[in-house]
Design a protein around this ligand. Structure first.
Ligand code: AMP
Ligand code: GLY
Length: 413
């Protein structure tokens, strides 16, 4: 198949990598230097291209309606239209749909007024959770036990000083307690199939300390998550949401990513994303048995023929190397030293996220999250060892990474 992949991050590198392993012809728009090593890249408008399938990687073009525009031209697209993408584009809309579908999630209220929001916080119990309504690259969420900090954060978000327009409405919600899982499901608009679950590491620093980021590393599968809980998440959260979207006449074809908290009383929804997770894609996509392109094509055509997505039995661990100053103010420009590798290796891949090449062909840092170093093996321990061993020989000045990605994968329960 000829497949166009829109995007330029680590997630899109992982999508292109997997599609190339499956033998497809891939054109990435615009791609990045790592993607350019495995397929064609194109700087222009994806609408000017012809292909059997269009896959839209990031949330921003989905929220902006790129899938609708392509569909109007008769193209086959994996990714929801503007209507479905609101599940991620507006947390208030996501909460509304979840409530209508009886999906278990944190209690919440929406505010545009600082004084009212402060009053609400004063009546709440810690932990306090304050979110921007609009898109904020995974960084618009504060979870804290400190009431004063929560109040200050509300003031900053609503004034537009920290997140611009995205923060002009905030959601304040009940803090959920438990362990997090990223459950990505492929849907054709009617039914949904779970991919292998993954665990992200959202905080910047070892031991889950520091600010929230887009994700500093991930592993899959999740040994401490039982099949029973996974089944409950599909029947209590994912499928009722898709059914509700059908009722709302939203034809959602693509990936529905449920960020879950596994609480004492079962799985609860933290958020929906309308695209593959980043860095979850880097660990989930290498584990799919069979042809990933075919799976996305079936979903895009509105007719998933498979009844289950099988795992190839392997495990993957990815460690993100981020720029100094990430997530607040990433410093870009440092030169990257990266030993050459087999770019379609099945066991070890360095996915590019925020890299660019200068005129001399030298690789440098161009974004917050720079590289996602991914080990794939028969066990999480071996995958983890591979990733960290490679990280030792990759260098850019003042790189940040966590040393404890997947270190608790097997002891957690
Ligand atoms: P979100 O962008 O909504 O996924 O939030 C980012 C991160 O903040 C999540 O992955 C959680 O770690 C944390 N978080 C968000 N909402 C809650 C909540 N209601 N209770 C506890 N932690 C939360
Ligand atoms: N890793 C979290 C996300 O993709 O939103």
């Amino acid at each position: 198949m000829k497949i166009v992949v829109v995007g330029s991050g680590g997630r899109e590198h992982a999508i292109c990598y997997r599609l190339r392993i499956d033998g497809h012809e891939v054109i990435a728009v615009p791609g990045n230097p790592g993607i350019a090593e495995i397929c064609d890249v194109y700087e222009g408008d994806p609408k000017s291209l012809d292909a059997d399938l269009f896959v839209i990687g990031p949330e921003a073009p989905l929220v902006a309606g790129l899938a609708d525009e392509l569909r109007l031209m008769g193209k086959v697209v994996f990714g929801p239209g503007r209507d479905g993408a609101r599940l991620e584009g507006s947390k208030a809309f996501m909460k509304e749909v979840a409530a209508k579908a009886n999906v278990p999630t944190a209690n919440y209220e929406v505010f545009e007024d600082t004084a009212q929001a402060h009053k609400f916080l004063e009546k709440m119990q810690a932990p306090y959770v304050v979110k921007t309504d609009g898109l904020a690259g995974g960084k618009g969420v504060l979870v804290t036990n400190d009431l004063d900090l929560a109040k200050r954060d509300v003031g900053e978000k609503l004034s537009g000083s920290t997140f611009g327009e995205a923060g002009r409405r905030v959601i304040i919600e009940e803090g959920l307690v438990g362990k997090e899982v990223s459950l990505l499901a492929i849907t054709d608009g009617k039914k949904a199939l779970a991919l292998i679950p993954a665990t992200d590491h959202k905080r910047l620093l070892n031991g889950d300390l520091g600010p929230n980021t887009g994700g500093m590393g991930a592993y899959a599968p999740v040994p401490w998550l039982s099949q029973a809980i996974l089944d409950r998440a599909m029947t209590e959260i994912v499928q009722p949401t898709i059914d509700k979207l059908v009722e709302l006449q939203i034809d959602y074809r693509g990936v529905l990513y449920a960020g879950l908290m596994i609480t004492e009383s079962g799985p609860k929804l933290i958020e929906f994303n309308v695209r593959f997770g980043d860095p979850e894609a880097q660990v989930v996509l290498p584990l799919i048995e069979g042809d990933f392109g075919q799976l996305m094509l079936e979903a895009a055509l509105g007719n998933l023929l498979q009844t289950k997505i099988k795992s190839n039995g392997r495990a993957a661990v990815t460690v993100v190397m981020a720029a100094p100053g990430y997530p607040q103010k990433p410093v870009i420009g440092a030169k990257i030293s990266l030993p050459p590798t087999d770019v379609l290796d099945r066991d070890l891949v360095v996915f590019h996220a925020g890299t660019a090449k200068d005129e001399q062909g030298n690789l440098h840092v161009s974004g917050g999250r720079v590289l996602a170093i991914t080990g794939i093996a028969s066990s999480i321990e071996t995958a983890r060892e591979k990733a960290y061993k490679r990280l030792e020989v990759v260098y850019f000045q003042d790189a940040q990474w966590r040393d404890d990605i997947a270190s608790n994968a097997l002891v957690d329960n």
